[in-house]
Design a protein around this ligand. Structure first.
Ligand SMILES: N[C@@H](CCC(=O)N[C@@H](CS)C(=O)NCC(=O)O)C(=O)O
Length: 197
């Protein structure tokens, strides 16, 4: 399998953390990719020109990260990352959606922060920050459980991205339960081995 990859992307981290948890990481060849430059190899696989994008052994191109993670989970039955049914399934998928939303908003803020300020853009950035704050409050009310699944991995990657890119906006003081959960969860091999540098 090949993975169009950027070390800076929290969505790529989520995919690699799932690959490690499912014990299939060694089957993945990483293709360093600058998605913003729309390289033809990436466009041929993903018309949206985004990473992560996985090309399977059979040549099927897969995106985006929720689809790739579920595919990796289907390869090996050792550790189901996507609970098959019931409340556990919906909880994990909702946590993944919350975490992906935080990452979408934070990646956008990060990109925009590197451009000159302008009123409309500043208002949109404030809106993205408010979405992140509300999502953090939701997670604080009910932090993920200790198990490694798609919900907890995604939340871990979202919090790790906030630490990496927005260390000047500490989230821990207002979210002590989430901070305590993250401190423990970050020691899992799939998180420790993919920590952003
Ligand atoms: N919903 C997508 C989001 C992926 C995404 O936003 N990737 C960013 C990097 S973090 C990207 O490739 N951006 C390139 C662009 O927008 O041109 C997923 O879950 O995989």
């Amino acid at each position: 399998m090949k993975l169009f990859y950027s070390a800076a992307s929290p969505f790529v981290r989520k995919v690699m953390a799932c690959a490690i948890a499912c014990e299939v990481a060694e089957r993945i060849e990483l293709i360093p990719t600058v998605a913003q430059q729309s390289p033809p190899e990436l466009l041929a696989a993903n018309p949206l020109s985004k990473v992560p994008c996985l090309v399977t052994q059979d040549g099927v191109a897969m995106f985006d990260s929720p689809v790739i993670c579920e595919y990796l989970d289907s390869l090996d039955g050792t550790l189901p990352l996507f609970p098959s049914h019931g409340g556990a399934r919906w909880k994990a998928l909702i946590q993944q959606a919350l975490a992906d939303g935080i990452m979408d908003a934070a990646v956008l803020r990060r990109g925009e922060s590197q451009r000159p300020a302008e009123a409309a853009r500043t208002a949109n950035m404030d809106r993205q920050k408010a979405a992140i704050d509300r999502a953090l409050a939701t997670l604080e009310a009910e932090p993920p459980h200790r198990a490694v699944d798609i919900g907890s991995i995604a939340v871990g990657c979202a919090l790790g991205y906030l630490d990496h890119r927005f260390g000047h906006e500490p989230w821990r003081p207002a979210h002590p339960r989430l901070a305590a959960w993250f401190a423990g969860f970050a020691t899992n091999p799939c998180m420790a081995q993919t920590e952003p540098r």
